[in-house]
Design a protein around this ligand. Structure first.
Ligand code: AMP
Length: 397
């Protein structure tokens, strides 16, 4: 189905055609008409499904004939969990609006407020924000919500996990009641539903369309997953070996903790492999700089913690490595979703030591698949990782 059939007009279709989008993804096919109709929407969709365009395109279409915006006013507010995602969603909005006279801007913490306040003076059609900074700016009367028409909560599950529920509710209290609400989440836990129903003062209840692109989220079939069992103290040597022997062109490597990310970069560099890291302990400017280097290909190996890398669109990424396994199976699915995007193929490799075993079982149970194990000569695991069992019950840790 062509994009124009979904109700998008010339300038938008032109912009997305220039970006190489040929047909809408399933979430776009389902969400765009609902959003254009003015209904509220609760959608289950992972990053990598094209969900950003699924809400940004119809917002731009809705605002295409809007009148002038007053100063410090916004028409749509998109709340996101991380600074990186704010930057990325805004960049997509700017690309899609290329042939229109609509404006967009990202506001997030960790940088000076003054420039953001100044930019808001003229008003912005689409504002992408992290919750804390948005509240700050609202307290300082740098923006007003009386012309707001649409609220979007993107990656709502992650915002819940990161403890943003109170901030989000404080923001909602300030918004006009008569607005459209859109909620996107990779998973639909009770907490996320509660957040959605917290909107019900306005209308996000029976009237809301509820669509689900991956009801039981599964890893995309085009991602080849495999793992290697290895001793913890041998992981960095194994990773260096794989990078060199298999001549990896590129890899995004996940660690659970930020100090592990920094340590791994040092270990790789000791073996002559140039790597860098993004994690919560680095400044915003530094994270953006490192990410830009990775995206341009100048940096081939990027080590990241899950939170820092959340939602990043790194383009055609061929390989993701789980240096350790996350506690939450959903986090694993998010991580490996950085590769194999929009139909491209990719591989996801996990380095699994004995202490990862419980997490491995939880992940495999969630995927309902036993991940293929491979052996790499020269790296036998002294502490053997037991065979996987889909019925393994994870004890409380
Ligand atoms: P998202 O799920 O929003 O993070 O998008 C994942 C990637 O898919 C981004 O690089 C988008 O630019 C790309 N994308 C979104 N929609 C389409 C489409 N209809 N055709 C091709 N690529 C798309």
């Amino acid at each position: 189905m062509p994009f124009a059939k979904l109700g998008l007009s010339g300038p938008l279709v032109q912009a997305i055609t220039e970006l190489g989008y040929k047909t809408p993804t399933p979430i776009q096919e389902q969400a765009i008409p609902v959003i254009l109709s003015g209904k509220d929407l609760i959608a289950t969709a992972q990053t990598g499904t094209g969900k950003t365009a699924a809400f940004v395109l119809p917002l731009l279409e809705k605002f295409s004939n809007a009148g002038t915006l007053r100063g410090k006013r916004i028409r749509a507010l998109i709340l996101v969990p991380t600074r990186e995602l704010a930057v990325q969603v805004e960049a997509s909005a700017a690309q899609y609006a290329k042939h229109m006279h609509l404006t967009s801007m990202a506001v997030y913490g960790g940088v000076d407020t003054e420039a953001q306040k100044e930019r808001l003076i003229e008003g912005v059609d689409i504002l992408v924000a992290t919750p804390g900074r948005l509240l700050d700016l609202a307290h300082q009367r740098a923006l007003h919500f009386d012309e707001l028409q649409v609220l979007v909560l993107d990656e709502a599950d992650r915002m819940v996990d990161m403890g943003f529920v109170d901030d989000i509710n404080k923001i909602i209290e300030r918004l006009p009641e008569n607005r459209q609400n859109l909620l996107f989440s990779a998973t639909m836990s009770g907490d996320v539903r509660a957040l959605a129903y917290g909107f019900s003062d306005s209308k996000m209840t029976d009237l809301a369309a509820d669509i689900s692109i991956s009801p039981n989220i599964r890893a995309a079939a085009n991602i080849k997953q495999w793992l290697i069992t290895v001793d913890k103290d041998n992981k960095s040597a194994l990773l260096s070996h794989l990078i060199n022997e298999q001549e990896w062109d590129q890899a995004l490597i996940f660690t659970e903790k930020k100090h592990n990310a920094a340590k791994l970069v040092a270990q790789l560099e000791k073996r002559g492999i140039k790597a860098d890291s993004i994690h919560g302990g680095r400044s915003q400017a530094m994270r953006e700089n490192v990410l830009a280097q990775f995206k341009s290909g100048e940096l081939k190996y990027l080590v990241a913690t899950g939170v820092a890398a959340r939602g990043l669109d790194i383009g055609e990424l061929s390989r993701v490595v789980n240096y350790d396994l996350p506690f939450q199976p959903e986090e694993y699915i998010h991580r490996i979703g950085r590769t194999g995007r929009a139909g491209a193929s990719g591989e996801a490799i996990s380095l699994v030591d004995m202490s990862d075993f419980k997490n491995l079982c939880a992940i495999e149970r969630r995927l309902n698949t036993i991940i293929e194990r491979k052996e790499i000569a020269g790296f036998p695991a002294r502490k053997e990782v037991p065979a996987s069992n889909l019925n393994h019950v994870k004890n409380n840790r």
